[in-house]
Write a protein that binds this ligand. Structure first.
Ligand SMILES: Cc1cc2nc3c(=O)[nH]c(=O)nc-3n(C[C@H](O)[C@H](O)[C@H](O)COP(=O)(O)OP(=O)(O)OC[C@H]3O[C@@H](n4cnc5c(N)ncnc54)[C@H](O)[C@@H]3O)c2cc1C
Length: 403
């Protein structure tokens, strides 16, 4: 956090709106790189606490290896009815980074570059195109601290978006005294999985030690659910596991859009959207962390070369269609959602399913996934029905509110 004033006469080369995952990832890569740009990072939050964790599949070596707090060689899918599969892929582990460790890594990197300043407790509001004193194009950002001029802006502020489904989750890290029976070397990726007319629900379990675990209850819903409702369901799951009285160490929660309808569009020249707001979330999974890291590395390199910040790459057509068809099928047959996930987990070879989940699926992988699923319900989803489905969900909400 800098003591320097945010509002200055000289325009910044870059202003980053949001000091969350994407904003800090970019600023840290810029601090580590060769560029010499003057950058301000703005966020209304006043600190960086342990508000979330990020997990992902990776092989051994990568840039953030030193802050991986845990890793597991396996990941389990299990239905409430007992159907189950544990996947392992040699050379790949499921890795876990605590929010607090990531923030510290990024803030330490940023602190080494005096030209990058972090301004917490300051919200950004409107953006407007302007001509700068030197005749160049710029952007004026209205902030709580006054107007800020920039040659370029990367905007990672969360945005409301229409989506086919919303992944609504509420988790707690608990001390359970050894009462939660888990395989120490496998996470429960989707356990106690069940579905009904209201959609899919499952418990995500990361065993952090023999007595500590992160336990999250997740619902896939056609509309965003109130998070206190999701938290109450999570507590009921904990009680069902005999952990109703476990000591809660920290909490994390969120609502992630899956299958967004509107492509992210920057409002002005000179502005790039990034992070979840820029399309970082993978439609079918809600994973974004590694995609954000890859984008941040590319973006810092482009800026150092004097180029405009790149947007997140658009999903390849085939992946977009696969994810859309899958999400439409979950919407059309919510009561069969658990069957679909369990069919993939038990019939698709782990290596193939992992490549699909990590954006590297080959044509053979896609064929294997398609063959694992019931043909007719999925054929019926070939036409793009997203607009109709989302309109129907909005109408149902409006009716509920009116009653
Ligand atoms: C609890 C949780 C757990 C997740 N776990 C995983 C995971 O395990 N693996 C994975 O791949 N993905 C995960 N995700 C998805 C994704 O990786 C995260 O959402 C990630 O934080 C997205 O980064 P972001 O920068 O887009 O958003 P954020 O990290 O939320 O950052 C956005 C920032 O914008 C700031 N902001 C808000 N308003 C303003 C304003 N007016 N002006 C300036 N700044 C503003 C916010 O304060 C925030 O700091 C998770 C998401 C959540 C919510």
């Amino acid at each position: 956090m800098t003591a320097l004033p945010l509002v200055t006469d000289e325009p910044y080369d870059l202003v980053i709106l949001g000091a969350g995952c994407a904003g800090l990832s970019l600023a840290a890569r810029m601090a580590q790189g060769d560029g010499d740009l003057r950058v301000a990072v703005i966020d209304p939050r006043t600190d960086h606490g342990d508000d979330r964790s990020w997990s992902f599949w990776h092989h051994d070596h990568h840039e953030l290896r030193s802050i991986v707090a845990h890793e597991w060689s396996g990941w389990t899918y299990r239905g409430l009815d007992g159907r189950a599969a544990t996947h392992r892929v040699p050379g790949v582990t499921y890795q876990y980074i605590r929010g607090i460790d990531f923030y510290r890594w990024a803030l330490d990197a940023i602190a080494t570059d005096p030209r990058i300043t972090l301004h917490l407790g300051v919200g950004a509001h409107e953006l407007a195109g302007v001509t700068l004193d030197d005749g160049g194009d710029g952007v004026r950002v209205t902030t709580d601290a006054g107007p800020v001029l920039a040659r370029r802006v990367v905007d990672t502020r969360p945005q409301r978006t229409r989506a086919l489904l919303y992944q609504c989750f509420s988790g707690v890290e608990i001390e359970h005294g050894g009462r939660l029976a888990t395989d120490a070397d496998a996470v429960g990726l989707m356990t106690r999985m069940r579905s009904g007319a209201e959609g899919l629900g499952f418990v995500y379990v990361l065993p952090l030690s023999s007595t500590r675990a992160l336990v999250e209850w997740t619902r896939f819903s056609p509309t965003p659910l109130p998070l206190d409702e999701v938290a109450a369901e999570r507590d009921a799951e904990l009680a069902a596991l005999g952990l109703g009285d476990a000591v809660v160490v920290r909490e994390e929660q969120g609502i992630l859009p899956m299958g967004r309808l509107d492509a992210p569009t920057a409002p002005l020249a000179g502005v790039a959207l990034a992070g979840n707001a820029g399309g970082a979330l993978r439609d079918a999974s809600g994973y974004a962390f590694l995609r954000i890291q890859r984008w941040a590395t590319r973006c810092a390199a482009a800026l150092a070369r004097g180029e405009a910040p790149p947007a997140h790459p658009r999903e390849p057509w085939v992946r977009r269609q696969m994810d859309r068809i899958f999400l439409q099928a979950l919407r059309a047959h919510p009561e069969r959602s658990a069957d679909y996930f369990l069919a993939m987990a038990t019939r698709v070879p782990p290596r193939r399913l992992l490549r699909f989940l990590t954006d590297r699926a080959s044509a053979g992988d896609l064929a294997s996934i398609i063959l694992s699923l019931p043909l007719l319900p999925f054929l019926a989803q070939l036409p793009d029905r997203r607009e109709r489905l989302v309109a129907a969900a909005s109408a149902a909400v409006a009716q509920r509110v009116a009653r």
